[in-house]
Design a protein around this ligand. Structure first.
Ligand code: BJW
Length: 252
């Protein structure tokens, strides 16, 4: 460990030891070490697929079969993935801080599989489908909605027959207001906000660290690269989440 990094880890540990309330925002980078592709960056999904063709309501209206195929392919990759050391540390943080809030942009479900219970899935979940005619009709884990795993099929709502769609948030769509309200509560009431493995460019989540900072929180960024947040973070821990988070936990 280089001296600068060791010093930053030490500062992060001190801030966390003093904190009464802690929250974390995570992005695709935390699942990268589990083998789940990120969106941006050299091997990111958006290098091979266009967001406009797959992750917008217009794309689904144009080609629902293609969009379902893409989500089935991603579910296949994620089904074989395991939570990594980074997910596990954040799951254990719930025991250390009873109000620990985990705000994730990820739709892969790996935080829950790692044991986190207080998870706000701000961009939805790959493992749920919902009715396009009645959005309140959500089918958990695909079990209650037959056909969501069948290749080449646009599954139908078992209640009304309308097409089902993945229960995720696409570009141009509003996030669930209840989830956003929980995220706002968490970032405005925490003493420390960890921002882990996100490019910090997709709104409205990208606005949360600034809100936390205005509310007095210390911002700790964990990322392998610089992001637009880096300059405004109080402490930057440069490295892989699955390495850095266990380093921090060991010293707590
Ligand atoms: C590691 C690592 C390791 C790698 N360890 N680190 C204001 C300003 C500008 C634009 C907008 C704005 N408000 C809204 C917009 C438009 C848009 C937006 O933000 N666009 C930007 C791109 C500019 N936002 C929206 O459209 C949102 N909706 C909205 O605002 O609605 C308003 C509205 C109100 C009322 C009515 C109607 C509308 C919705 C955004 C939805 C995003 N959806 C996606 C797809 C989800 C479903 C799916 O998975 O298929 O969410 S896009 C994609 O990006 C996905 C992610 O959750 C999200 C963020 O990506 P993330 O997690 O940061 O991943 P990467 O790949 O970008 O970064 C990985 C990072 O990890 C990198 O930094 C690496 O360095 C790092 N890393 N390995 C640590 N081992």
């Amino acid at each position: 460990m280089d001296v600068g990094h060791a010093e930053s880890v030490g500062r992060a540990v001190e801030a966390l030891k003093r904190a009464r309330a802690v929250a974390a925002i995570t992005g695709a980078g935390i699942s990268a070490e589990s083998g789940v592709p990120t969106f941006r960056g050299p091997d990111g999904l958006w290098r091979n697929f266009r967001a406009e063709d797959l992750a917008t309501p217009e794309a689904f209206a144009r080609a629902p079969g293609l969009v379902w195929e893409w989500y089935r392919w991603r579910r296949g990759r994620i089904a074989g993935a395991q939570p990594n050391a980074g997910h596990l540390v954040l799951a254990r943080f719930e025991d250390r801080w009873p109000d620990f809030a985990l705000l994730t942009q990820n739709v892969d479900g790996l935080h829950r599989r790692a044991g986190s219970r207080n998870v706000v899935e701000l961009h939805g979940s790959l493992w749920r489908a919902r009715c396009t005619a009645e959005p309140a009709r959500v089918f958990d884990e695909m079990q209650q909605a037959p056909g969501t795993g069948d290749p080449g099929r646009v599954p139908a709502c078992p209640a009304c027959g309308a097409p089902l769609r993945p229960d995720v948030v696409w570009f141009g769509e509003a996030l669930d207001p209840a989830a956003v309200a929980r995220a706002h509560d968490a970032v405005t009431s925490c003493d420390v906000l960890l921002v882990v493995g996100t490019s910090a460019i997709v709104y409205p989540v990208a606005a949360l660290p600034a809100l936390a900072r205005r509310s007095g929180a210390t911002i700790i960024e964990v990322n392998v690269d610089r992001t637009p947040l880096t300059a405004d973070a109080d402490i930057v821990l440069r490295g892989a989440a699955g390495v850095v988070l266990p380093e921090v936990e060991r010293l707590l």
